[in-house]
Design a protein around this ligand. Structure first.
Ligand SMILES: Cc1cc2nc3c(=O)[nH]c(=O)nc-3n(C[C@H](O)[C@H](O)[C@H](O)COP(=O)(O)O)c2cc1C
Ligand SMILES: Nc1ncnc2c1ncn2[C@@H]1O[C@H](COP(=O)(O)OP(=O)(O)O)[C@@H](O)[C@H]1O
Length: 310
């Protein structure tokens, strides 16, 4: 997949495109439905492209911290889109300046350069200065550039539309099954293993410490059952106990995500790994001393093995 960085107007393009527009945080079931629609519309000579925005407009424009942290890092999003058959990704850098683009300018001066045959958006799509226009407005303007617009209904789950905002809330509140239902896969953090305080192995529970995860929403402080994928040519998976939080028992001072892999021994420092969250087991506890913590970690492991049939 080709990635093109866009600041303002995109570069001219000649190849016919089917273009999906959206922020695509998480590439959840709703986004996947847009991707399927694009695939259905694309004929053999069309390329499928995504016009994706980051950072989140509410963070850029209002400084609303809730929208600073996302379900996917840029690299995750791009890898997933590629997996869904996207040929080209326009990474649009959303800035205060960019936000001034009017709906007319967006269509007649930006999209007009792309030779777009067909555009696919969700039904609640809004665009242009002050979120001034919507999917219907897009369709109307696009008649001037010869592009058709398909408006795809949201994917419903128990009567509510699947949305990145709701998934972020689930993750922040530790509801990993609900997040998984909306994503179509477990919620996952990808990062690089860092050195910690080297206490874990002394306790009998070595834990890899996740680095490079600052862009993600913080999972609720708690212990989870999950998986670690060791990213390499032939990836390896391990069932895992994940501890996310502030580690009050050892006077931890900052939020960390750590993972104790079941039936693994070896060195993972500086390796790229993904941690996938399957289910919440219990909240984080401030134990009175190490013995109580270790006893509980043993109990957590027994519970995990029992759930997994290990
Ligand atoms: C299964 C498991 C459960 C944990 N539960 C807690 C907990 O309830 N409270 C807490 O303060 N720390 C908890 N921790 C975090 C430990 O305090 C931490 O792993 C230990 O301090 C080792 O840190 P290190 O990797 O920096 O050496 C847990 C860790 C694991 C692996
Ligand atoms: N079963 C395991 N689960 C997680 N990490 C393991 C395991 N076995 C060995 N390791 C290695 O040990 C390191 C964690 O040991 P630990 O004493 O907790 O040190 P640190 O505080 O630096 O994370 C991991 O980064 C990894 O390289």
């Amino acid at each position: 997949m080709e990635t093109i960085e866009v600041n303002g107007q995109p570069p001219h393009n000649k190849e016919p495109l089917v273009l999906i527009i959206g922020k695509m945080d998480g590439v959840h079931l709703g986004h996947q439905s847009l991707l399927r629609e694009a695939e259905r519309l694309a004929s053999a000579e069309d390329k499928i492209a995504v016009y994706g925005f980051s950072d989140h407009p509410k963070w850029v424009l209002k400084g609303d911290e809730e929208f600073k942290y996302m379900l996917s890092k840029e690299e995750d999003k791009q890898r997933r889109l590629e997996g869904f058959g996207v040929d080209r990704y326009y990474h649009v850098h959303f800035t205060k300046e960019y936000a001034k683009t009017s709906p007319e300018e967006f269509v007649l001066e930006h999209l007009s350069r792309l030779n777009v045959r067909h555009i696919v958006v969700g039904e609640d799509f809004r665009f242009g200065k002050g979120r001034g226009s919507d999917a219907e407005g897009l369709a109307e303007l696009c008649t001037q550039i010869g592009a058709e617009v398909s408006i795809v209904p949201g994917v419903m789950l128990n009567g509510a539309k699947v949305s990145s905002t709701d998934i972020r809330t689930h993750v922040k509140e530790g509801r990993m099954e609900a997040a998984q239902a909306m994503l179509g896969r477990p919620f996952e953090l990808t990062g690089i293993v860092e050195k910690g305080e080297q206490l874990g192995r002394e306790l009998g529970f070595p834990t890899l410490n996740m680095g490079d995860i600052e862009d993600y929403v913080n999972v609720k402080p708690a212990v989870y059952l999950g998986l670690v994928k060791i990213v390499q040519d032939a990836p390896e998976y391990y069932y895992t106990l994940i501890s996310a939080g502030y580690r009050p028992t050892v006077n931890g001072d900052s939020y960390k995500v750590e993972a104790y892999l079941l039936d693994f021994s070896g060195d993972l420092y500086n390796r790229k790994v993904s941690v996938q969250f399957l289910r919440h087991l219990r909240d984080e506890v401030n134990f009175d001393g190490m013995d109580a913590l270790v006893e509980q970690m043993n109990q957590d492991e027994r519970e995990a093995r029992s759930i997994l049939g290990l």
